[in-house]
Design a protein. Structure first.
Lengths: 275, 703
């Protein structure tokens, strides 16, 4: 099977030879070969003309096999990530990115797949594709920010919700801030530790001061990741969160985990007014 | 089917009003002209006009009253004119009435009336020939054309009041012509008669019922070679049907029927190896049944490798099958032969072997009987002996109270094909007490290798494995094994970043971020990692439980630093201590820190493997996997690994087979009791994207 996959890859990457278009050859290839090709694409081990790449991925995203669809999404994510990782010359990167952006409607449709792994892959593909890097920060465009907030509201998967809140915590979201804030505030109330952790980080990133009481409440969380993120969250608000210094101090006195204790003490130091 | 009848001619008599005139004949100068004479002529002429399709004439003084109405010339003129139209419609020249005009003073006499009466008598009668008057048509929609032959001007018409038929036209026709009767399809199951009237003649049309239809199910069938039955269901609109076939080996249970029903085709067993087909017809519908030929199966005994002594002998092969299945028997030696090389049906054949004269060579014959191949070994001309040379560890471990240990027994024996089969016996003794004995059906191999996993729970004792041969009693050596290999093995799996730091891909021109690394190389103990997975599994040779502890999943602290402020000015490739000690969120140094989730880091319950002899062995299968994500890496897939570790414990260690995959970022390591099995340095960050890269299977031993 490996030989066949290599054959496909070789023929795909040899445009001089008269053969079927790569996308058509991909479409008719055995499933194992499709996956091998998509993996090679994700890892930047094979290159195509931008439009050929888009056409091939269109077939992959519509394939009957759900794993091929997932691998196609990861290929889109990988190719897109490669662009903002700064691994491609600007000219070729722009062309490829423009071509990949034509896949956007299909990616959006796959956000509603029944399979959780497919939805997660669609989320990663869309996020990486739409991520913009300025000289100062990474920005998630308004459409995708709103789309992710909407997906958070309707998707029952903790894994997907974690990834959405992680994105809100680490990237600059744009557009209407309300749906994003609604998602983040909801994340503070769930039982999943990782979701709460990212929600606390996002509260700090978005400076949602109305959530400070809830953030302070998480200082008593049962998991060190939550307690640590809560302390970091309070620190991120600066003087605004000074009213919660007593709670921080109380939490630091009973904290058993060394790093979490250091974090709480660091937050206390940052919030305490200078003498 | 059409029924044609000879068309009949129907003549119309003169109208009744034209006969029996009053005072007939009128006698000139004698008979007095009366009003009734005019009235009768008016009626007659109008009746004649009707036969020619003419409208009734209108008369002056429509009602002539005797004794009151005066006879006027116009009354006579109107009679002549109305009658002349009858002649004209018949294509005849009107008669002369003694002058075209009757002046007003002319006396109306009997002569005038007699001339009219005579003219009336000369009007030709209308005859009608209608064809057909009785006919039959099919059940579908039909048009029946009825022709009418008659004289010029003779009027006729057609009508039909049935809901099943109608005439194309019901207008009055003058002269010869035709009428077309439209008949709708007869959807009923019975014929019907439609009666129409054409030119006052009844025309009867018999319309047949709806055509018969037959649906037969199934349309065909495939059956096995044995006696078979196929039942066909017939669906029809109350029609008669018959079932016929063309085969000497098949017949229908019911050859005829009416209406819906069924019939079964019985087929005799097919005695041949060829398939055959029965073509049949049911209600006119062709059906086909294909009967498979006999499928030959063979059972041959003996059917396993044979070990014979060196003596001349005969080996009988019995072949169980049925005619007409044929078989062959072939062998490849020049010192043996089959008594029968072919046969049909059940039978037997014998392989005769000459004595093997060699004292050193074993002879091998490859035979194939009825498609079954086996090897026949003919032993050397030696006496039967058995000997054993067994691995015998000599070290006895010190007792440690209720130390639980396992036994690992193996041995080799060489035998010279004595009888078949031989038994080789592996017995475990503990302190001289036989606690477990396994009997293996040995084989006369040149080197018989037996490996068994036998467990014993003893305290500070000596265990013993003994290998015996069934012939000649205890001829093998025996050995004593003091204990098993290690009581447990620790698997440690980790993913780490070897560098002190790593430039984050999400850095920007104005803000270069550093991902804190683990600053270490591959190592079993010590050092930090992104994710660590540890599980201690028990030696299954000595424990029923498989897990001593774990899996313990550990997440290292993930940290992010600001490039400009966090490097050590003296050693720019290292982070400054101040940055490491900075626990205040945000710039200038350590920006953020946290732990990754270990929710998706797990090991399945280890699985004990069965040995070929059906006993638990000292082999254990451990499967561990992880999907972990760096908490500050936006929109990134998980860091994946998936290891399957097979451990086989021996008396002094264990063997391993490790297969699986891991992402090539970050670096990956796997240790077994401190023994490095996977030490793979990382590639680019893109390697966290699928696939989970497979690595070559790693095998080895730890002693």
């Amino acid at each position: 099977m490996i030989v066949v996959a290599l054959s496909l890859l070789l023929s795909l990457s040899a445009p001089d030879q008269p053969s079927k278009r790569p996308a058509l050859e991909f479409k008719d290839a055995p499933t194992a070969d499709k996956k091998a090709t998509l993996n090679a694409l994700a890892l930047d081990r094979v290159r195509f003309d931008a439009n050929e790449l888009r056409e091939l991925l269109e077939y992959g995203l519509s394939d009957d096999d759900s794993e091929v669809r997932r691998q196609s999404l990861m290929a889109v994510a990988g190719r897109s990530a490669r662009l903002w990782y700064g691994m491609t010359p600007t000219t070729g990167g722009d062309q490829e990115r423009l071509a990949l952006k034509l896949l956007r409607p299909r990616l959006v449709a796959l956000l509603d797949e029944e399979d959780e792994q497919l939805r997660l892959a669609a989320l990663l593909a869309l996020g990486n594709l739409e991520l913009e890097r300025t000289s100062q920060e990474l920005i998630l465009g308004p459409d995708v920010s709103q789309m992710f907030a909407g997906l958070y509201a309707r998707d029952p998967s903790p894994r997907i919700r974690q990834e959405i809140l992680k994105t809100f915590a680490l990237l600059k979201t744009t557009g209407d801030p309300k749906p994003v804030a609604t998602a983040v505030l909801n994340g503070l109330t769930v039982s999943d530790v990782t979701t709460v952790q990212y929600a606390l980080m996002a509260v700090a990133k978005l400076q949602l001061a109305q959530a400070l009481p809830a953030v302070a409440g998480h200082l008593k969380g049962s998991d060190r990741r939550i307690r640590m993120a809560a302390a970091q969250g309070l620190a991120a608000f600066g003087v605004v969160s000074r009213p919660y210094l007593p709670q921080l101090q109380q939490a630091s006195q009973v904290e058993q985990d060394d790093i979490t204790k250091r974090t709480m003490l660091g937050a206390i130091a940052a919030l305490t007014p200078p003498q | 089917m059409w029924i044609l009848l000879t068309p009949s001619t129907k003549a119309s008599a003169q109208p009744a009003s034209c006969t029996n005139f009053t005072d007939h004949p009128l006698v000139a100068a004698s008979t007095t002209v009366k009003a009734v004479h005019f009235t009768e002529l008016r009626s007659c002429i109008n009746a004649l006009r009707a036969t020619r399709g003419l409208d009734a004439a209108t008369w002056t003084d429509p009602s002539l009253v005797p004794g009151e109405t005066a006879v006027r010339s116009v009354h006579l003129v109107e009679l002549r004119t109305a009658l002349a139209a009858v002649f004209a419609a018949s294509g005849l020249t009107p008669p002369e009435f003694g002058g075209d005009t009757i002046p007003g003073h002319t006396l109306i006499t009997a002569t005038h009336l007699t001339a009219i009466r005579n003219a009336i008598a000369s009007v030709p009668l209308c005859t009608y020939t209608v064809d057909p008057q009785l006919t039959s048509v099919s059940g579908t929609a039909n048009d029946v054309v009825v022709t009418v032959t008659t004289g010029t001007g003779c009027a006729w018409a057609s009508f039909e009041e049935s809901e099943f038929a109608s005439f194309a036209s019901t207008a009055i026709v003058a002269g010869s012509g035709a009428a077309t009767l439209h008949i709708v399809a007869n959807e009923t199951l019975v014929p019907r008669t439609i009666t129409a009237v054409v030119a006052s003649t009844y025309v009867n049309v018999i319309q047949a019922r709806v055509p018969c239809s037959f649906h037969v199910s199934p349309a065909g069938a495939n059956v096995g070679s044995g006696p078979a039955e196929v039942t066909f269901s017939i669906t029809t609109n109350e029609c008669d049907w018959s079932a016929t076939e063309n085969s000497p080996f098949a017949g229908f249970s019911t050859a005829e029927g009416s209406g819906n029903g069924s019939t079964t085709l019985h087929l005799d067993a097919n005695p041949t190896m060829q398939a055959r087909t029965v073509d049949a017809t049911i209600g006119g519908v062709a059906v086909s049944v294909t009967q498979a030929g006999v499928t030959c199966t063979y059972q041959v005994t003996p059917n396993s490798e044979q070990f014979l002594t060196s003596a001349a002998t005969t080996l009988v092969f019995n072949i169980a099958t049925e005619a007409p299945c044929s078989w062959t028997a072939v062998e490849d030696s020049d010192f043996s032969a089959f008594t029968s090389s072919t046969g049909v049906g059940a039978g037997s054949t014998s392989l005769t072997l000459a004595e093997n004269p060699s004292s050193s060579l074993i002879r091998v014959i490859h035979v194939t009987v009825a498609g079954m191949s086996l090897t026949v070994n003919q032993g050397r001309a030696t006496t039967s002996t058995a000997s054993g040379e067994l691995v015998q560890p000599t070290t006895v471990p010190p007792g440690q109270g209720d130390l639980v240990f396992g036994l690992y027994c193996n041995g080799e024996v060489t035998a010279n094909y004595p009888t078949n089969p031989i038994d080789m016996r592996l017995t475990v003794y503990v302190d001289g007490q036989d606690i477990k004995t396994q009997v293996f059906n040995g084989f006369g191999g040149i080197a018989a290798f037996i490996i068994a996993d036998v467990r014993a729970s003893v305290s500070d004792r000596v265990a013993e494995c003994r290998l015996q041969s069934a012939i000649g009693g205890n001829k093998s050596a025996f050995f004593t094994i003091p204990g098993a290999g290690p009581g447990s093995v620790t698997l440690k799996i980790a993913a780490f970043i070897p560098e002190e730091f790593h430039v984050a891909p999400w850095s920007t021109e104005e803000s270069v971020r550093l991902v804190g690394g683990d600053a270490r190389g591959f190592q079993y103990t010590g050092g930090e990692s992104r994710i660590t997975q540890i599980i201690e599994v028990l030696n299954p040779a000595v424990n029923d439980d498989t897990v001593l502890s774990g899996p313990h999943n550990h997440s290292g602290l993930s940290m992010e630093y600001e490039f400009d402020t966090s490097l050590d000015p003296g050693e720019p490739l290292r982070l400054s201590q101040a940055a490491k000690d900075d626990w205040v969120l945000g710039p200038p140094m350590k920006i953020i820190w946290g732990y990754a989730s270990v929710d998706e880091v797990s090991c399945d319950a280890p699985q004990r493997l069965s040995q070929q002899y059906g006993f638990f062995t000292s082999s254990l299968l451990v499967h561990c996997s992880a999907s972990a994500r760096y908490p500050f890496f936006p929109l990134s897939p998980d860091i994946d690994w998936d290891y399957t570790v097979r451990l086989t414990f021996t008396n002094n260690g264990f063997d391993y087979v490790v297969s699986g995959c891991h992402d090539n970022f970050p670096s990956q390591e796997l240790y077994l009791n401190g023994h490095a099995v996977v030490n793979d340095p990382h590639e680019s960050e893109l390697s966290i994207f699928p696939p989970c890269e497979s690595f070559p299977t790693k095998t080895g031993s730890v002693r």
